[in-house]
Design a protein around this ligand. Sequence first.
Ligand code: KG4
Ligand code: ZN
Length: 331
Amino acid sequence: MLVLGIETSCDDTSLALVRGGREIVVSRISSQVQTHAPFGGVVPELAARDHLTSLPALLDDLLDEAGLDLHSVDAVAGVYGPGLLGALLVGLATAKSLALGLGKPFIGVNHLQAHLFANFLQSPELDFPFLGLVVSGGHTLILDAPEPNVFRVLGKTVDDAAGEVLDKIARLAGLPFPGGKYVEEQARQGDPASVALPRPVSSSGPLDFSFSGLKTAAAMALRTDRHSLPDMMASLQQAVIDCITLRVDRALKETGRKTLVMAGGVTANRALLSQLQETCAARNVDVHCPPPWLCTDNAAMVASLAYFRLVQGVTSPQDLDAVAQLGPEVV
Ligand code: KG4
Ligand code: ZN
């Protein structure tokens, strides 16, 4: 079964053809980094317009590279939330109209759940149940996933997301936006123990995260200007990694899950992966993490999730609306 996936929830325009939920036939990701760079963050209206102008050519490219006709697609999937409303609407309307025109099923998917499915594209043996960790620019979540349609939130951030903290501090330090990957680059040359930064614990729930205190402390440390950029970034990265590892370790202990599935832009960070691999090894837990290009936003993960819905006979109605604040557990 061949699924066309469309992802436009934020600032990446992406299309992919995925066969059987696990094999990427072809994938295209067009970044809007240049559009938003002068503003130091994503401008929602510009994001929506950019998606609108790039989607048609991207679709032609995709089909050319695959050597396939649009009619060989068995279903079309799009993201209906969470994300920027205007940006979501462009991809969702495209997915719905392509499905309608082709007379094929349409599947609307949750972007946060889709991130986890990037792992099915890399790990043929991966199956439910698992503990999911989604760390992105907008979310820091621990989800229990007993089966393909059930996602139970065990922990979430009560203020900033981990990616937001990295992006904010990177920007204050003069690094390009989004800063996560530049933080990682700088951190490779730095000493993670050089700047004393807190590992804040949220008081609202045992597995919740709180990063705003760390963000403030890092911004203040940066202002004193006594540390080299690599030392500052290594210390910041280590503090974020420690906060995440502590919560994941506890979630694994409490749930007894034996598989950890990582997803979202921040999991492209290989230092985070290696620390979680150590933690999981000590608990005899398997770790799955996609390669960096599948950790960040992409349409292959959308098509993969849609395939798992389709084989269960689940499709979405044509009047499915975009939901900017869609909860992580909503299917
Ligand atoms: O999942 P994603 O592409 O978009 C959202 O849905 O938010 O995640 C983007 C986030 C940004 O905060 C970006 O700085 C971060 O992922 N990121 C990284 C790395 N690559 C991207 N953070 C740390 N290390 C990286 N290598
Ligand atoms: Zn994302």
